[in-house]
Write a protein of this length. Structure first.
Lengths: 128, 128
DNA sequence: TTGACACTACGAATACCTTCGTAGTAAGGT
DNA sequence: ACCTTACTACGAAGGTATTCGTAGTGTCAA
């Protein structure tokens, strides 16, 4: 049995988000993407990717001189893991609680609420 | 301006959950509660509480020899902060995304789904 | 008053995360 | 051939989180 997937750290998540959005990318590309939000050294990103590679969080293609990285797991799976983890750790498994607190403190649009209803319908339909 | 509330760490959250459930408690009480789930030294809990006191995460009443600790913020507020943080960091602010991933990978009861619908109605009613 | 016991304070070890500098290497142009 | 530039590897520093041992102190019963 391979060790179960690790929860990504804050920085790792930022990198994963870039990879999920862009698809396979070089360090340069990831660094550029992250630099739009915050200042960050190139080698910092490189080091993180190297660490993530050893963890299996990302995969690396070395056929090009500039290695190409991609997320090791589909975004869906990692997001589900993170949401599920918080569900357990903070809300004792209650999705209602989680949603209530997520909605509190922000002004959700009518559209978003409609979307939530739609998702519930769909979820229930697929559930049986 | 006081510094904005810190996000509790994993261990701190475990302690906060005990405090939220029990109300003001001594180290001994907290330690006993946590010990039911996992083995953990008494002084480890004490140290954590001391650190949390300096951070303001908990408040300490020292009038008794065994100090009595209580959460510095109401559970609602901390939970909202945690959920909101994840909402931004993982789901780019989309509550639908968050809920969908929280529901995926678990078997929610019909009751829970009903509850979610009810919450949406209520939320929408209070929103205007 | 002394011994046993429960409690706090605090240092320290360990682990992990994040950051970046430096060194070395490959590639391409002149 | 050589210079410049972009890249990887890696060590190391600084920070935070977690754990626990030890020392010191208060309390109470015998």
């Amino acid at each position: 049995m391979t060790t179960s997937p690790q929860k990504p750290t804050a920085s790792e998540l930022e990198i994963l988000r870039v990879l999920w959005a862009r698809g396979p990318s070089t360090v340069r590309e990831i660094h550029d993407a992250l630099s739009e939000k915050k200042s960050l050294g190139y080698t910092t990103v490189l080091k993180l990717l190297q660490i993530m590679t050893t963890k299996g969080t990302v995969r690396r293609n070395e056929t090009q001189r500039a290695h190409v990285y991609e997320a090791g797991l589909p975004a869906e799976q990692t997001k589900r893991q993170l949401a599920g983890d918080m569900l357990q750790r903070v809300f004792e498994g209650s999705a209602s609680q989680l949603m209530m607190h997520a909605l509190a403190g922000r002004k959700s649009s009518r559209e978003e609420i409609e979307e939530l209803r739609r998702l519930l319908d769909e979820y229930e339909r697929n559930r049986r």
